[in-house]
Ligand binder design. Structure first.
Ligand SMILES: [Zn+2]
Length: 391
């Protein structure tokens, strides 16, 4: 007997080129079988998902879940298993002086899996601004904490913002890269100066520092320091970075997503690998809303459903280096599954600079399976639930 049977849905798993009717059986927290017409009698529990999409558990590559420590932190399960997401990557909420709460309190308190990037600023994002002096960075302790927590820390995070850049210049991302190299992990860099003060050409000095496997986040930012130059052209260093295997993520957040910038970037051939939210408590209420709404926005921008699912499952798994375990529904892998619905209506989507797009399709979460355990989607981030704003 299987523990769980997800029956009657359309299984879309780009990692196995699957897109069609299939049933999915789970046993002992692992994917046990994918086949059409698995009999209900073969499972202890059957969940009927006719008319729904069954995809690998969504991975949100950029979130902030230091709930109860940082003021903006979201409770992970709220943006995670209750929102169709099985794994959240925390992008630098904690630094070396404040990281201890993640393994002690946050990770054991949530069913959603949490993978951390350690901020190069010793106090992470506990205070604003994060880096306000060279003493905001403790390189040795950062390397030590990262090395001691390799099972939950995938990389080092740096933010190309003022005043850090005004105080330290390129020394700041170089120290972050050094910490990542010495700890044997990745570097994730936030681009786009949210204070709008620093030299926009800094992107051309930053990108050559990044190696294969490192991650650029906020690819569609309209803030100075994004990948478009003054004429709206993608800087050559961005294409070179992609060509040598740097991952491109689009984290939306409260300040770093423009439909117009995104379309210009994509039209010039720089296609991002990953979709993520940059979820915070205020961002969830006002700008980001949910991972599934991010997927809706990319559908509206012209990405295909299969591309959007790849960008929310397989690609972020590879970007974090957990694709041996997550991002796929292959038999024998961890049973992380998202069941989603595609609703039809007439809605309008907003970016963070006043841009809008109309849409007649919206992705919404139905339920999530994490290591074989089933979680129903919670109430959505808006007063009426998950759907976008009415047009
Ligand atoms: Zn962020």
């Amino acid at each position: 007997m299987y523990d769980l049977l997800i029956k009657g849905g359309t299984v879309i798993d780009p990692s196995q080129s699957l897109n069609g009717p299939n049933d999915l059986a789970v046993q002992d927290g692992l994917i046990a079988r994918i086949a059409p017409g698995i009999a209900s009698e073969e499972a202890t529990r059957v969940v009927d998902v006719r008319g729904k999409m069954v995809v690998p558990g969504l991975i949100d590559l950029h979130t902030h879940v230091y709930d109860g420590v940082n003021g903006n932190g979201v409770e992970a399960d709220l943006g995670g298993v209750r929102s169709g997401v099985t794994t959240m990557v925390d992008a630098g909420s904690a630094g070396c002086d404040t990281f201890g709460g993640f393994p002690r309190h946050i990770i054991p308190d949530n069913a959603t899996e949490i993978i951390c990037f350690l901020h190069i600023c010793r106090t992470g994002l506990a205070t604003t601004p994060d880096i306000f002096s060279p003493s905001s960075i403790d390189l040795d302790k950062t390397i030590q904490v990262a090395s001691e927590n390799r099972h939950i820390i995938a990389g080092i995070k740096a933010r190309m913002v003022s005043p850090a850049l005004e105080i330290m210049g390129m020394e700041m991302p170089r120290l972050a890269k050094r910490a990542a190299t010495e700890a044997g992990i990745k570097l994730m860099v936030h681009i786009g100066d949210t204070e709008k003060r620093y030299d926009p050409n800094v992107i051309r000095q930053l990108l050559p520092i990044l190696e294969q496997g490192d991650i650029v986040t906020h690819l569609f930012t309209a803030n100075p320091g994004g990948v478009l130059d003054g004429e709206g052209k993608v800087v050559p260093e961005a294409m070179e970075a992609k060509d040598r295997g740097v991952w491109l993520d689009t984290a939306h957040g409260r300040m770093n997503f423009s439909f117009d910038v995104g379309e210009r970037v994509v039209d010039q051939g720089l296609v991002p690998h990953c979709i993520s939210t940059d979820l915070t408590l205020p961002g969830r209420a006002r700008t980001v809303h949910s991972m599934t709404e991010m997927m809706t926005r990319f559908l509206t921008m012209g990405f295909t459903l299969e591309q959007v699912i790849t960008m929310s499952t397989l690609n972020p798994a590879m970007a974090v280096g957990v694709d041996d375990r997550l991002g796929t529904l292959a038999v024998g892998r961890q049973a992380d599954i998202s069941v989603l619905d595609m609703e039809e209506g007439d809605w309008v989507l907003y970016d963070v600079v006043g841009g809008t797009r109309r849409t007649d399709k919206a992705v919404v979460p139905v339920l999530t399976v994490k290591k074989g355990e089933v979680f129903e989607a919670g109430w959505g981030p808006r007063p009426w639930g998950w759907e976008p704003d009415t047009a």
